[in-house]
Design a protein around this ligand. Structure first.
Ligand SMILES: [Zn+2]
Ligand SMILES: [Zn+2]
Length: 152
């Protein structure tokens, strides 16, 4: 955990039916350029993770199982994407845009850089990993994948 975590980050979907309280949020938004994330959100995914979290209005949260190891959730009223959950580690990565962050976080690592289309680039030069590198790192950390396809 980073030393400068944000003690408590409060976020919400567009309509406000779902609110999120994330403790010890890491002060960076990790970016995923993979095809699935871009299809899901209309652009690259920017995720903020942290410690424990509370989701209020969970009756309005629809969870879509996008692969054998991942879930993606959205508000069933307004359609706002809420989080990506890596199931094997029970790890939540919340959509950065649901929080009112400005200067307190930075752009973090960019993953699946090999799947990024050419029509955009971020001005910030951050650490980058290809999809195979991300998967190799996860396998090295002890996670197994039951489907042989890229997902993040
Ligand atoms: Zn909503
Ligand atoms: Zn992705």
């Amino acid at each position: 955990m980073d030393v400068n975590t944000i003690t408590k980050a409060s976020g919400q979907c567009l309509c406000g039916a779902v609110t999120v309280s994330l403790n010890d949020a890491r002060p960076e938004a990790e970016v995923c350029h993979c095809t699935m994330c871009r299809r899901w959100g209309g652009g690259p995914f920017m995720g903020v993770s942290g410690g424990s979290c509370t989701i209020n209005g969970s009756e309005y949260v629809t969870v879509y199982k996008s692969s054998n190891w991942a879930e993606r959730a959205f508000c069933s009223i307004c359609g706002s994407n809420l989080y990506f959950r890596y199931v094997p580690a029970d790890h939540y990565s919340f959509c950065a845009g649901i929080f009112p962050f400005d200067g307190e976080i930075q752009l973090g690592k960019q993953i699946f850089i090999d799947e990024k289309p050419h029509f955009y680039d971020f001005a910030q030069d951050t650490q980058k990993q290809t999809g195979p590198e991300v998967i190799a790192e996860a396998i090295a950390a002890g996670f197994t994948f039951t489907e042989a396809k890229n997902e993040s």
